[in-house]
Write a protein of this length. Sequence first.
Length: 349
Amino acid sequence: MRNALSVARRIITQVAMDRRTLALALLAPLGVITLLWFVINGGLTRPTIALLGSPPSQLLQALQDKATIVEVSAAQDGVELVKAEKADALLDFSSTPPALTVDGADPSVTVVVAQVVQRSSMQFLSEVPLLRGIMGNAQPSVTLLHGRTDSTPFEFIAPVMMGFVIFFFIFILSAISFLRERTSGTLERILATPATPMELVCGYILGFGFFAALETILIQAFTIWVLGIPATGSFLAILAMNLSLCLVALSMGTFVSAFAATEFQVLQFIPIVIIPQVLFSGILDLRQAPGWVRFLSRIFPLTYGGHALRELMLRGKTLGSLWVDLVVVLGFAGLFVGLNAASVRRVKA
């Protein structure tokens, strides 16, 4: 028993002296669960509905109680709002029965919109018989701009999950590989050569990037062709965005490894670097989250990469129409390449 207590005392002292491990063990879980609380509670509960025509006042009031109503003067205006993601649906009362047009890419949004319309109509059907004729027994015709009526929730999150899997494994690969270069003494020997810090960083990224690119192609091909996830956009455009995320993961992983002395310390960065990427990647709906949560999402590359992948795969957009997302992702990669060069320059000096 004395030996066991001695071992326990040594472990406790060792962990207590490692402030980074102690902080991650105690504070990181609290931060992650707090972010989860805000993000999950920020999901869509009050959709925005473009309204065409003049529904009965009772029904209009019921809709306004459950949704944000934006009146439009033409059906095409409402459809454009839905396509631009400024409205979740178009409810057209100029036809009988009313026509409901939704984006359809996200089945969860379709369900929320359908529930709001149905509950609003059912609220008065029993009290106002006139509504039965107007609403067609509360069953408006539904048109999907994207997706299918039998789309699964996984199909909506699959593009983002594909990007995240690529980002996660390549981040770990590059961080641990670059750490081994340092701990084995290889990096010190290379620093003695005339190679500049930027040349050194680019060489490592190109070397690791060859295998990372193969892994990226494999993951994308498996997701689309084996798992059967719909991809209405160009395979090459999707690959270009995934390779951009791959470049960010490589540059970020090599940069983070400079602050780790062991592989275990590399893994300690996962709660700080990886988990927030998941929360803000678009897997969870942030439209009704607090403003500071939405602002925080803008500092993570997977926010832009996930949005672009979803637009490419589910809505069939071109890479040219998503140039902002692509430029931001590549900007993150350039930033971390520069930080890597600066850290290597400091070591070489």
